[in-house]
Design a protein around this ligand. Structure first.
Ligand code: SF4
Length: 570
């Protein structure tokens, strides 16, 4: 196992053997440890002392279904703390099969200089990026695949990342012609832009697979895991996740009164039926688009779709719940065609749809556009790609937009916009937003799936639920496993322990595994402490504690003392 260092100041690359202390770490866990060891926590997130780290999860390259996500991390320019965001696609599998535990991008070139990092086997070199400079992520990956081979992996930023906008994410190619897998959150696209790195191109290895310590053990566990996913009524071929994708939850989130609507002004959207996953499926099938596609080879859930226009031409793939909520109901938009259009533009500019949807909602509240008026919203969003002053405000996220426009209703915690669940009526998520070292991020511990276990409107049990979910999220992000594939591992953690032991021969027990997952959060909390973040920085905004949310007329009322006690038992 090896690590690639890329020095953007000197334009040099060098391989290092992976130090022993990092051998048990992958993805988010490795990023947290490297950040603690190597990044001064108080550094400027867009300066030369921050680092951008790419790392596959521990299962990357092992051929386990739904386990090839690629983690990207570094100090976040949005939260000022630790950030890990991960993307589907073929990144985790490719790096895993090449034996690359991490690519660490360091230093900073002269202002305005942009490079490509090209990796082929043991060769890694920086090349000029002039040909793709200023292009959107779609055109960038198309052009680079035409140059380096249709099968190569391309990880890139769009204009938002080049402009160092804090709402910028990082796009990765996926199975076949897919170009829209995003490590979207936390402004890591701006960190990549600050390194002068437009794209990473990795030529995929043929036939490589990571060696197994005990092939029988890993294969038995991996087969049992895949079979459980296939048999799961929500995930198998008749399951809602496969049939409707993540949009399957639009109706349920609306019914529970948690669907962000008009800048988080209500939890219920009167036209939510038009945004439902079931409706989206009907539209896509009627127009001969695609349903049940995969972001990575071998995923048995296959949750993705390709949304097409009335003429059957592809618009965007895949359209996900969070995007539907943030650039749909949150902007008063009820047409899936309109959501798809906004989704495409965000993807192409290289923007996080959550951060951008929230920023647009704040801008609409300030009068810069109108709810439900596509023309006015598109006019605002297009300015991000043009790099106008207004566009830079939107591209820098919800908090910046609120500050510039004098709006105090900004749905954000730790500087990062909230995803598609209002914390007033899904209080478990509120606890996660207000305590996670990752800021307001549903993937850090989403309580939506546990709404039948713990009353989403009550306070009781939320602290314990959030901690449990945050530990699970750390596990998923460190192994490269997709969030949607977690049910079998939750029911039987031994499956994961067997897969890890089968691959690496560690002889871990379930207790070792649990300890490792908790350690991820400890390392991240320590980084944020060193960065100077205090409990006050994490809080849910004051207005959400005072302004009741329809239809339940609830505020976020989990006491600060409860929030401060979440990690007492970590
Ligand atoms: S469930 Fe969906 S997002 Fe997850 S790995 Fe499979 S296709 Fe990708």
């Amino acid at each position: 196992m090896k690590l690639l260092r890329v020095d953007m100041t000197s334009h040099q690359t060098r391989w290092e053997a992976m130090p022993e202390i990092y051998q048990h770490l992958g993805g988010r866990a490795l990023i947290a440890r490297l950040m603690l060891e190597e990044i001064p926590a108080t550094c400027d997130a867009l300066g030369p002392h921050n680092k951008l780290i790419f790392s596959p999860g521990l299962l990357g390259g092992a051929g386990v279904t739904a386990a090839g996500r690629l983690s990207v991390g570094g100090k976040s320019p949005l939260t000022g703390g630790v950030k890990e965001a991960n993307a589907g696609g073929t990144g985790g599998d490719t790096l895993g099969r090449l034996g690359i535990k991490a690519i660490v991008v360091e230093g900073q070139p002269k202002q305005g200089e942009f490079h490509l990092l090209h990796i082929k086997g043991d060769a890694a070199e920086l090349l000029p990026a002039d040909e793709v400079r200023g292009l959107g992520t779609y055109a960038t990956s198309e052009k680079l695949q035409a140059q380096f081979g249709a099968d190569c992996l391309v990880i890139s930023i769009g204009p938002a990342g080049e402009f160092l906008m804090r709402g910028a994410g990082i796009a990765s190619t996926g199975e076949r012609e897919q170009r829209s897998n995003h490590a979207a959150r936390g402004g890591l696209g701006a960190v990549m832009g600050s390194k002068g790195l437009k794209a990473v191109i990795i030529e995929k290895p043929f036939g490589n697979a990571i060696p197994f310590a005990d092939a029988k053990l890993v294969q038995t566990a991996a087969r049992a895991f895949a079979q459980k996913l296939i048999n799961d009524p929500k995930l198998g071929t008749q399951g809602s996740q496969h049939l409707y994708g993540t949009a399957s939850i639009v109706a349920a989130v609306n019914e529970m009164g948690s669907l962000p609507t008009r800048n988080f002004g209500s939890g219920i959207f009167e036209q939510a039926a038009d945004l439902r996953g079931e409706h989206m499926r009907e539209v896509i099938l009627a127009r001969e688009g695609k349903i049940g596609t995969r972001c990575m080879p071998g995923c048995v859930i296959a949750c993705r779709n390709q949304y097409v226009d009335e003429a059957g031409m592809p618009v965007v793939g895949t359209m996900q719940y969070e995007t539907i909520a943030l650039v749909g109901s949150n902007l008063g938009i009820s047409s899936l065609d309109d959501v798809a259009r906004l989704n495409y533009s965000c993807n192409d500019f290289g923007l996080d749809t959550i951060e951008t949807g929230a920023a647009l909602g704040v801008a609409i509240e300030a009068g810069l556009a109108e709810y439900g008026n596509m023309e006015s919203i598109v006019a605002l969003l297009n300015q991000v790609g043009e790099g106008t002053v207004t566009g830079r405000m939107i591209g820098n996220g919800a908090v910046t937009t609120g500050q510039v426009l004098g709006i105090r209703r900004v749905p954000a915690a730790l500087g990062q916009a909230m995803p598609g669940y209002d914390p007033r009526s899904l209080k478990g998520n509120g606890v996660t937003y207000a305590t996670s070292p990752q800021g307001a991020d549903h993937t850090a511990g989403n309580a939506f799936g546990a709404r039948k276990e713990v009353n989403p409107l009550g306070i009781q049990g939320q602290k314990e639920l959030s901690l449990k979910l945050q530990i699970i999220a750390a596990m998923l992000d460190s192994t490269g496993l997709c969030l949607f594939a977690r049910p079998p591992i939750l029911a039987d953690p031994q499956l994961m322990v067997d897969m890890l032991n089968g691959i690496y021969g560690w002889g871990w027990t379930k207790e070792d595994y649990d300890r490792a997952n908790r350690e991820v959060l400890r390392a991240e909390l320590e980084f944020n402490r060193r960065a100077g973040l205090t409990q006050a920085d994490y809080r849910i905004p004051e207005y959400m504690r005072e302004e009741p949310l329809a239809p339940h007329n609830v505020v976020f009322d989990v006491p600060d003392a409860e929030l401060d006690a979440v990690f007492n038992t970590l």
